[in-house]
Ligand binder design. Structure first.
Ligand code: ADP
Length: 764
């Protein structure tokens, strides 16, 4: 279920949410690894772009073509534990850039090959840049915009053709180029020129006409952004900070772009508030490159100081001399820095080491430099890093280290400054407050600010009083003896959230409990499962809900006092809480009589704040099976009823048909079919997956809630539908095979092992 981030972004902005996307333009392995680890921890997606001079059919300066870059990025993602569905690739300045000295015909033919190779390698975002003069073009006159556009359309046609011939998902396009050639400017430009609105409108009109003339109307709809110069740039020792007043006219002209956005290049080193303003003003795609390697180099230089401070106490160490190794590599081959630095020898040395143009990024991969960096990290692994040195040389990493009581490992410390930089971008693209949204999808943020909860459960919490081994089922006027008694965590929402917690996700539960001992005990259960119980609301007007489960032979009688079970209301879940969660789950729609009426609006708010949503039905003992559930489904990403519930809601007699019918209202509908597994429907596709074979069911309490936990775990990992079903079935199967009651859950390792090796029952 991989989604195109830029299309998601546009959908969000159309709903009035000022979201943005960060594009990481780097081929540095350490940078990518750190960014991917951060994204894995935060549960977000990452967009990485390769530039035409970096990666092309001739190898570029990284020596990679598009397919090799993809393999390189995927390898780093795998190593960082980032699911590949959450890695997105883009191509930057794709066009005749590298061959601009050749005759136009030849340069464009090579550019076509370039664009095709990126599309063939599955890059989903293609920036077409045909703004440069080619051999044979008039060297004295500016290139006519119609010619630039016609060349761009020609490359787009090649891209579309390639995608069609390979049966690939069509890419989205970014057009225009109002920036210096990739690689960086030689100095900070005085009085940077913001793209004049009329120029922007002319570019849009010219490209539109050229695309239509090439028969590319459909591709034109997939043009998501225009590159403009919003007034940002950086040079070796200064930046041109974004000035929203100077960009106001440009920003106002975005209306001409029919819901599209601007893409900002060279946003490196901008203060975080300026980045935020850019996103608000429509520069919603923020590209960053040199600042990332700059921050990595900062970390490594800081660690060199740490090493220097430790050497006298560790005479056994061979010093790594990382700064010297880097400078030696730069001096040995000056092609990548000489023309960017000026002045005396001392000025040149300073620029090499501290310049914002970050020419050193071209030298970090040199073997001697890599070796020095590796030795530095090994040395510090051997000595350990005292907290005082973290405080001295990497102060932004100090507070967390001090709280943890020790310094993180040197590899993490080396990327501390890089993570600071990524966090600033993450904060800039995540809308702080979003107006109420209409409908649509949500997960568009990339490298977003970490949220406290992977899943926020909303709904009910009660205790189950389980009496086992009754001599007979209850008889009026008689006392019936039972063999055993235990108190357990009950209720669908809480059980699903506990299952998610056991799978390793960070969870919290918003529910009401009474001001009584049972309420306290329910909170203790949550804490035992690692669920944040501080979100519970105490309602002194009702007792905490309880279910007495009386089991006799193979049968059970259940008696429930609702108490606080159905007391929660939508207003009990404020935006501030939703903004702390990646996903919101409500486990009992039909039971929640007070929450139900406000649930569609609650889910809408959640989505506007960037959460995904899921819903389970629960039984409707009134037999109505409606209560506005379709309105709620319109705001639901995953709906997870069991077979009986799905049939009752749809009036259909077949689980798959019911799933298809429900999927017309939400993103994914999943119908749980007990020992027959489950069937899911999404986007016109129906996937059935049999339950795991060889399971001897001993207690089916909470099977559906455990399934939900497994399925949602897969969904939040960005797995495909079949794999989500496998996780759901695994958690369901492990639950029913155990005697420990509803809350005896599968751990992540157990679920993974069953998914990997378990035999699946055939489905008819
Ligand atoms: P609910 O508890 O909501 O009625 P189900 O009875 O459909 O839900 O069970 C939920 C999931 O648990 C099923 O989709 C399946 O994956 C798993 N499950 C239930 N019973 C069995 C079984 N006998 N063997 C294997 N898996 C089972």
């Amino acid at each position: 279920m991989k989604r195109n981030l830029c299309l998601d972004l546009l959908a969000q902005r159309r709903r009035g949410i000022p979201a943005g996307v960060v594009s990481l333009c780097t081929a540095n392995r350490r940078v990518l690894s750190a960014a991917f680890e951060a994204a894995r921890e935060d549960g977000t997606d990452v967009l990485v772009e390769a530039t035409a001079n970096q990666v092309n059919q001739d190898g570029g300066y990284t020596g990679m073509d598009a397919a090799a870059f993809r393999a390189f990025a995927e390898d780093a993602a795998r190593e960082a534990g980032l699911p590949l569905e959450r890695l997105h690739l883009g191509g930057d300045h794709l066009g005749p850039l590298v061959w601009r000295d050749r005759p136009a015909g030849e340069a464009l033919a090579r550019a076509e090959t370039l664009v095709r190779s990126f599309v063939a390698a599955g890059f989903e975002k293609i920036h077409l840049d045909t703004s440069m003069r080619l051999g044979g073009d008039d060297p004295d006159a500016p290139l006519p915009v119609a010619l630039v556009a016609a060349r761009g359309a020609r490359l787009c046609a090649a891209a579309e053709h390639e995608a069609a011939s390979r049966g690939l998902e069509r890419p989205v396009y970014v057009i225009g180029s109002e920036v210096p050639v990739p690689g960086g400017t030689t100095e900070t430009e005085e009085g940077l020129r913001v793209t004049p609105p009329e120029e922007f409108r002319a570019t849009v009109a010219a490209f539109r006409a050229a695309f239509l003339a090439e028969g590319l109307a459909e591709a034109w709809d997939r043009v998501v952004a225009f590159v403009v110069q919003p007034g940002v740039e950086f040079g070796d020792d200064g930046i041109h900070a974004y000035d929203r007043a100077a960009a106001a006219a440009l920003s106002a002209s975005l209306g001409a772009a029919e819901g599209r956005v601007f893409e900002g290049h060279s946003t490196d080193y901008q203060p975080e508030p300026r980045l935020r303003e850019m996103v608000e003003d429509g520069v919603a795609i923020l590209k960053v490159g040199p600042a990332l390697t700059f921050a990595l180099r900062e970390g490594l230089l800081a660690l060199s100081h740490v090493e220097e401070a430790l050497l006298p106490r560790h005479p056994e160490l061979v010093p790594a001399r990382f700064p010297e190794a880097l400078d030696a590599a730069m001096r040995a081959n000056d092609v990548h820095w000489r023309r960017y630095a000026h002045g005396s020898e001392a000025d040149l040395a300073f620029s090499r080491r501290f310049g914002r143009s970050d020419r050193s990024r071209y030298y970090l991969p040199v073997p001697s430099v890599q070796e020095a960096a590796d030795r530095l990290l090994r040395n510090l692994e051997a000595t350990g890093v005292p907290l005082t040195l973290v405080s001295q040389y990497l102060p932004t990493a100090y507070d967390a280290a001090n709280e943890a009581g020790r310094a993180p490992d040197p590899r993490t410390l080396a990327t501390a400054r890089l993570r600071d930089c990524l966090r600033a971008y993450a904060a800039a693209v995540l809308p702080a407050e979003a107006p109420a949204a209409r409908t649509g999808t949500s997960r568009t943020r990339i490298l977003a600010r970490p949220r406290r909860y992977d899943v926020l459960g909303v709904g009910e919490l009660n205790l189950d009083l389980v009496l086992t081994g009754l001599r007979t089922l209850p008889v009026p006027g008689r006392e019936v003896l039972a063999d055993g008694f235990r108190v357990a965590l009950g209720s669908s929402t809480a059980i699903c959230v506990a299952g998610l917690s056991r799978l390793g996700l960070r969870t919290g539960l918003r529910a009401r409990v009474g001001k009584d001992r049972f309420g306290e005990q329910a909170a203790e259960f949550l804490a035992q499962y690692g669920i944040d119980a501080s979100l519970l609301l105490v309602d002194p007007s009702r007792p905490t809900g309880v279910t007495a489960a009386l089991s006799h032979g193979g049968d059970r009688a259940l008696v429930t006092c609702l108490g606080t079970i159905d007391a929660l209301e939508a207003d009990d879940v404020p935006d501030a809480l939703l903004a702390e969660a990646r996903h919101v789950h409500v486990g009992s729609f039909f039971l929640q009589s007070r929450l139900r009426p406000g649930l569609a609006a609650l889910f809408q708010r959640a989505r506007a704040l960037g959460c995904t949503t899921s819903l389970d039905a629960g039984w409707d003992d009134t037999g109505v099976w409606d209560y506005g559930i379709l309105d709620v489904l319109a705001e639901t990403d995953a709906f997870l009823p069991n077979e009986g519930e799905a049939k009752a809601i749809t009036g259909l007699d077949d689980a798959a048909a019911a799933a298809d019918a429900l999927a017309r209202h939400c993103r994914v509908a999943v119908v749980k079919c007990g020992a027959d597994g489950a069937v899911a429907s999404a986007g016109g596709r129906t996937v059935r997956r049999g339950a795991f074979a060889g399971v001897v069911p001993v207690d089916t309490t909470g099977a559906g809630d455990s399934f939900d936990a497994g399925f949602l775990y897969g969904l939040l990992e960005g797995r495909d539908l079949d794999s989500c079903l496998a996780f759901g079935n695994a958690c369901g199967a492990i639950r029913v095979a155990r005697r420990g009651g509803a809350a005896d859950f599968a751990s992540r390792e157990e679920a993974l092992a069953l998914v990997r090796t378990g035999e699946v029952r055939k489905v008819g």
